[in-house]
Design a protein around this ligand. Structure first.
Ligand SMILES: [Fe+2]
Length: 122
């Protein structure tokens, strides 16, 4: 989704590359032993991205409690994944979770502040 906010768009692209890495594991194109690193980047980069978004929302005066709650859940979930024993089931669970995030959170929840930003007077 093109939000018109360059940094955030770039970050969403990077999250898509993390998702593609997870897909490569579940498709057997990448070894399972790389899962640990991918989950680590999903947590760390996710946290960094969430901080960027929340700072941005504050800067434009946009308040959305549900959004902050979803971010908290994302962080909890990714830490939970990272702390589990590496397995193909875990790779699939992380893959499905991130797929849900890309299709639901970015397209629906993030869209709210993007629309708010677009409609701000110049
Ligand atoms: Fe968000």
């Amino acid at each position: 989704m093109d939000s018109g906010i360059k940094d955030i768009d770039k970050q969403h692209q990077i999250i898509i590359t993390i998702f593609n890495d997870l897909t490569d594991i579940t498709d057997g194109k990448k070894p399972l032993k790389t899962l640990n690193l991918i989950l680590e980047s999903m947590t760390r980069y996710g946290q960094y991205h969430i901080e960027t978004e929340e700072t941005f929302m504050k800067s434009i005066g946009f308040v959305d409690e549900e959004h902050l709650y979803e971010h908290e859940r994302f962080i909890e979930k990714t830490i939970e994944f990272e702390n589990q024993d590496m397995s193909m089931e875990l790779a699939e669970a992380a893959h499905d979770f991130l797929y849900g995030w890309l299709t639901q959170h970015i397209t629906c929840i993030d869209k709210r502040y993007m629309d708010f930003y677009k409609n701000l007077p110049a």
